[in-house]
Ligand binder design. Sequence first.
Ligand code: 2BA
Length: 109
Amino acid sequence: MKLVISIVHREDADGLLKALTDAGHKATLVSTTGGFLREGNATVFVGTERENLEEVLELIKDNCHTRTRYVSPLVPVTEPSEFYIPEPVELEVGGATVFVVDVERHEKF
Ligand code: 2BA
């Protein structure tokens, strides 16, 4: 068995959950926060048999969209802040960041 941990944009989470459950997969949604932007994102956990893994990954790929974000960098400590005008930096935010891990044991009590 595999556990698919997928960090996705909040706006994609509902569509992804629907696509997964419509296809007969079980999923859990957790509200999370990105360490870099400190913005809310969503993490979806799917436990699945090995033979269904590629279908789960395809559903994630099809339902999560890349977005461009502009963020203002923090004032560098070496710069006097009154003279520093930060230029927004363009970031490409996933899509989905996906980890697939082996499940040693799965029980349901
Ligand atoms: P955040 O950590 O808030 O990162 C949001 C976006 O900021 C990232 O998009 C990336 O484009 C950029 N970014 C992150 N760290 C950076 C850095 N040190 N320098 C420059 N730019 C940086 P994604 O790569 O698509 O990641 C989206 C979210 O997925 C992340 O939100 C984080 O919550 C999660 N994530 C990504 N890679 C991860 C990893 N290796 N381990 C755990 N969580 C991860």
